[in-house]
Design a protein. Sequence first.
Length: 334
Amino acid sequence: MNVVVVGAGAVGARAARQLASSDEVDRVVICDIDADKVDAVVRSLGSSRAETARAHDTTPGIDAGVSVALLAGPRSTHTPLARRYAEAGIAVVSVADDVTEVTALLALDSVAQANSVSIVIGAGFSPGLTCVLASHAATLFDEVDEIHVAKAGTGGPACASTHHRALGSASVDWRDGEWVKRRAGSGRELCWFPDPIGGADCYRASLPDALLLAPAFTGADRITARLAANRRDRVTARFPMLRPPHPEGGLGAVRVEVRGHRGASRAVHVLGAMDRPAVAAGAVAALASIAAGSGALRRPGAAGLAEMVAPIPFLTELARRGVKAAVFEGAAAG
């Protein structure tokens, strides 16, 4: 298969490396408005499978036999690009992690179904890996009532900017069959992530996880997402970023808590993962692209990974590539 990667930032570059080293991929086309960045990524791959697309090409790959488009560029570009690719019969994988962009991508479901292609939304660390973990944990229950997601850390500059905006905007939670907005920075909860991250105070923020999980778990009464933050993060979230973010953040982690019924008893299952967010997101995005190109997705249309992939094979291959999930073995709070 041939894959075009639109966006050569922290996540796009790592996804391109994963794709170029995959036997299923014949060619990787990398495109970004910054031609120097694209050339640097292609050189770093050291593979005859990778090539540079024209930096000014608005929709690269449509006429080049591309079967999958991986969108890892600026958030405002994902929806128009996804529409063009879907209308051309090309599967799309987006790493969007912004509520507005995810909402717009979900609205393309009818376009994708009409063209018999899939648009995989939020194929990153969170959402993305968190959706697969929730899907896997749900298999341990007869009925799922609640899903609670938390994440810590940021990837590249775009991820850091989204993190900053999210802390300053209201959360969107699913509660008792309807969407409920909650004040940003409220709902402090101490969440335990895999070591060495450990415990961190997490708060409500504008995160799209519930938008992607609610359609996959129609019987759930509550679906929430929280973001780890310190006091400085919460105060500065009200203002524009005062200094440019680092090229890449440090270690990060995700945690997914699923509650429900197993037989006559109520149970709780917690899964998590720890890695550099951009590294994990790149691996998830690459695997989602391979699944899309090989026809392994569950259905056409626009949806998150919880609806699109079988969790165990996906997590097994992700672990083989170095991104491993962990099971919480303590006692969950009541």
